[in-house]
Design a protein around this ligand. Sequence first.
Ligand code: QV4
Ligand code: CA
Length: 517
Amino acid sequence: MKWLILVALFGLSAAQHNPHMKHGRTSIVHLFEWKWSDIAAECERYLGPNGFGGVQISPPTEHIILGNPVWRAWYQRYQPIGYNLCSRSGNEAQLRDMITRCNNVGVNIYVDVVINHMCGSGGGEGTHSSCGSWFSATREDFPSVPYSNLDFNDHKCKTGSGEIENYGDKYQVRDCRLVGLLDLALEKDYVRGKVAGFMNKLIDMGVAGFRVDACKHMWPGDLQNVYGRLHNLNTKWFSGGSRPFIYQEVIDLGGEAISAGEYTGLGRVTEFKYSAKIGNVIRKWSGEKLSYTKNWGEGWGFMANGNALVFVDNHDNQRGHGAGGASVLTFWDPRMYKMATAYMLAHPYGVTRVMSSFRWDRHFVNGKDVNDWMGPPAYSDGSTKPVPINPDSTCGDNWVCEHRWRQIKNMVIFRNVVNGQPHSNWWDNQSNQVAFGRGNRGFIVFNNDDWTLDVTLNTGMPGGTYCDVISGQKENGRCTGKQITVGGDGRAHFKISNSDQDPFVAIHADSNCKDVV
Ligand code: QV4
Ligand code: CA
């Protein structure tokens, strides 16, 4: 009996670690602040054809509107005022249409859910919400759910201010307000039911899972209860008995009362050490070198591979929020950013998430970006602009679309092609030139030193001519960029100047343009 319960529990939690991607796909792209109609179109015209496994969408729930009419910080969407599926990205019908159209081209949808709190205590009252539902932050009254003051943690929090004052005290971190956000009493059956209810509605609409916001601020037992109430995925698109994929936002860089390990039994967890460290390695800060990444992954003190969700940057740390440090690489440093993202996508560790950002008027005053609040490209009435696609397939109107950069898109494909293959044929120069393969399916070489790389390496790949997918790609059977010849013995010569536009080269089984005869 005991054994059966253990099997059942393990089966349940291990299942929630599986992203259920289709056709051997492996990566998620976070289309931060995109509208549902744009995401639907992007699934059909770009993500499906280029092998992206899924999209993380911004919170779809009704949220407060900050500023009138145009202030509208991006982070207003992390202040829900109810669970109507109506947000700055679109209404419920548009959301449903997007989920259907993305699923139909094999691209999963993962929903960012904000269940730790409602809006900030200073949110006032009225109908300044994304769909006009009335609410009162002052009285903790959210009739569209409904929640009342009985559904919040005020009685449980023991700090004088009602705020989290000390991250060394796990009771404060979980029972008090995070930056003034009204903290939900997830210990209550009623609250758990309301939260699970809206997540189940999304599951039934066809989403594949959830990015769960602010998990550090919720008790693992409460989350386990909520997750336990979730339906299996919709069998229109997923096989019977599939559990929703769960990845939990817990920022654990060490040294706090709460660790990521408290949550890994329930689902995957965001590995923030990965983001911080890869920035240091590529920037060559803190004495880091690429050659030290021979044992990248668990060897670096990251959580177990099967528990990790990894990324170079996220929507917080790219702008100095949530553990954002100067080392974090973003699209603002494109050359290094492409290297870091390619390294992540080539390496077998973790489920990978690629960031897709909007540009804002970054403006540092005393080392702090005073415009870190700026919302997505918008019209003068504050509504979000659509994403226009240029003839060269880049995006316009300040949508950065990192996921469309050739080097990043091609590495998303690389990861699919080498899926399941071991990390192999490591080489380094004891400095910042490294290379590794993925079995006999792919090989990548980086030169992050200040001199030329010129070396012959064992790639593990079958003999043939391969197109480098960084300087170009294979088009109509020919290479638009560099070409690499692998001999019958698997060896190939690589020459990468430190002044190349992108100082790295990647080849894979599907970039083969001529077999050795
Ligand atoms: C302000 C004061 C408070 C005061 C309060 C009174 O700072 O001291 O008590 O007013 O009402 C915004 C403002 C913040 C403001 C708050 C409430 O920036 O100054 O408090 O609203 O009005 C995002 C942003 C936050 C933003 C929040 C809500 O990053 O700046 O707060 O949305 O709009 C920790 C957590 C981690 C978290 C990370 C940022 O452990 O979970 O901080 N990351 C997630 C999301 C993140 C989001 C939240 C959690 C909250 O990824 O985007 O915060 O949902 O590390
Ligand atoms: Ca809490």
